[in-house]
Design a protein around this ligand. Structure first.
Ligand code: B12
Length: 214
């Protein structure tokens, strides 16, 4: 029964059906399914499939947009259930954003939700943000951790700009930087001098905890 619902969630993203995706997400919660399983076993395989179909030329930009919209609609239903009933003691403050030139927000937002669910106070500055805005948000919020997301091979270079801007502002020794996004690897993180890389939202939480504790 639950497998069938995960398959339907997946398909609603592939088909780009936001309303259906949201309804299925609500149905899953009503049936007592774990919201994280709905993401990992339904929505993520769906959006990955959309990406594959785009890469092979079977899908076009509008398909990418409505696929993303469907995933976002389902996440909006699932996210409150992810953060509900968790301990509210603040572990650390973190600034999270997608780098300049990059409009991909879904993964960054999911990382933010999971960090929030695990006691981090997240300042999400949004998408397409220049390095200077990461620095300004660190100053405003007193954060000790920065997460920079990039989904494009053309924008991942801007993760390095964030690190450079923190150095120029004299903040680099006070702030840890973690990077992520589909094209990002451990090797890239090392190359640009980041403190860590995580491949998904669950490992981002583990990494964030490690970085702020040591
Ligand atoms: C949906 C989508 C879009 C949507 C985004 C909607 C939105 N509101 O976010 C829209 C339509 C805007 C879009 C536009 C484009 N896209 Co697009 N998009 C995708 C797609 C299908 C899914 C991305 C996604 O949301 N994944 C789901 C989330 C949950 O996963 P995630 O983002 O990877 O995040 C996880 C991890 O990476 C990690 N993570 C993410 N961020 C961070 C940050 C930190 C700090 C940490 C620790 C971890 C972490 O944790 C997350 C949760 O598990 C991908 C394909 C893919 N499978 O990645 C293509 C993809 C990224 N896009 C691509 C392209 C080419 C484009 C466009 C250039 C298309 C065009 N011709 O205009 C534009 C660029 C626009 C721009 N300037 O940004 C290419 C990139 C190719 C490349 N190598 O650079 C991809 C790979 C598709 C493909 N196969 O060709 N896209």
């Amino acid at each position: 029964m639950s497998d069938e619902l995960y398959d339907k969630l997946c398909q609603s993203v592939v088909d780009g059906e936001p309303e259906e995706a949201a309804e299925l997400a609500q149905m899953a919660l009503d049936q007592g399914l774990d919201p994280l399983d709905c993401i990992n076993r339904g929505l993520t395989p769906g959006i990955d499939r959309v990406g594959e179909l785009f890469a092979t030329g079977d899908y076009y930009l509008p398909d990418l947009i409505i696929g993303g919209d469907a995933m976002k609609a389902a996440l909006a239903v699932l996210e409150p259930a992810l953060t509900q009933g968790r301990e509210r003691q603040i572990v650390a403050r973190v600034v999270l954003g997608t780098v300049q030139g990059d409009l991909h927000e879904i993964g960054k937002t999911l990382v933010g939700t999971m960090l929030t669910a695990n006691g981090f106070q997240v300042t999400d500055i949004g998408v397409d943000k220049p390095a200077s805005e990461f620095v300004a948000a660190v100053k405003d919020s007193g954060s000790t951790l920065v997460g920079a997301s990039a989904l494009l091979t053309t924008t991942m270079l801007h993760q390095q700009d964030v690190i450079e801007a923190l150095k120029e502002a004299g903040l680099r020794d006070k702030v840890k930087v973690m990077v992520g996004g589909a094209p990002i690897t451990e090797t890239w993180a090392d190359k640009i001098g980041a403190d860590g890389y995580a491949e998904d939202a669950i490992s981002a939480v583990a990494l964030a905890k490690k970085l702020v504790s040591g």
